[in-house]
Ligand binder design. Sequence first.
Ligand SMILES: Nc1ncnc2c1ncn2[C@@H]1O[C@H](COP(=O)(O)OP(=O)(O)OP(=O)(O)O)[C@@H](O)[C@H]1O
Ligand SMILES: [Mg+2]
Length: 305
Amino acid sequence: MNVIAMQPTSPAASSAHTPGAAQTPGSAQTPGQSTGQATNMPQRPTRHPSAPIRQANIVAVASGKGGVGKTWLSITLAQYFARQGIRTLLFDGDIGLANVDIQLGLMPDRDLGSVIAGRFGLADAVMPSEAGFDIIAGKSGSASLATLDQAALNGLRDELCQLARSYDKVVIDLGAGVDGVVRTLSQAAGTILVVTNDEPTALTDAYAFIKLARMADKTADVRVVVNIAATTREGERTYGKLNKAAENFLKFSPPLAGVIRRDEKVRDAIRNQMPLLTRHPMCDAAEDVEAIASGLTGAIARARY
Ligand SMILES: Nc1ncnc2c1ncn2[C@@H]1O[C@H](COP(=O)(O)OP(=O)(O)OP(=O)(O)O)[C@@H](O)[C@H]1O
Ligand SMILES: [Mg+2]
């Protein structure tokens, strides 16, 4: 595998911390209850941009290369958690190119756009979904969201960390790449899943993401998901290539969170704008995501539905 030696675009070093430890000040909040603060308002608690503020119950889904299955995986993880009785929030962190609502066939009556504009707080943007979990929808095609300054991004991240205290699990569907939004929201996550497939470009970009995440925070809990694998064995081989590069060049071995097989049922569910576990609960991809989700909850998934 060719590995692009990417240069970090932000200050790399940050202070050590306990991964997963909830370190955000502020009291717990009921979903839907206003913080009374807009994301870009001056009275929001400020924080050094590089300060890690990870919440153990936040899982961020990242990739590097686009189109490898982040949004679909985020939705399916959230649906799995909700079915286990876990209070779950799905946050569309693909700011400016939001897709969660589209894949779920929702017409959100509120989204991040209003939060950023300062019309209400992040908790007020929460809406329930029929799939059993809460959602904060992004806003597609909004230039103001795509060009948020770092202070506003930090504020958004901090508000999300605070809101996460009201949930058992929060899943962040990140955008592709390694831009400021992705890096900032990644800082909130106790666990980061990096999704790749077997294409050299996807692997190279996944490597770049892992490199930057670890440079920013040596203790970041970064795990790999190989998606659209021909077989589980093939997926494990793909992981082996990525792991070897990471071991050689980063001296870090990201654990394999799981392999998801290529499954036509995934496309069918997306085309029909329905969550996979509703439309095809027994398919191969559903089984594979359940195994990954179980690894994130520590529970053994025995129930099939
Ligand atoms: N396990 C799978 N089997 C078959 N097809 C899949 C699988 N996972 C994802 N896909 C296909 O990949 C496409 C892209 O998925 P998705 O939109 O979730 O990717 P993404 O990483 O969020 O993309 P983007 O970077 O543009 O946000 C889906 O429309 C689906 O057709
Ligand atoms: Mg997406």
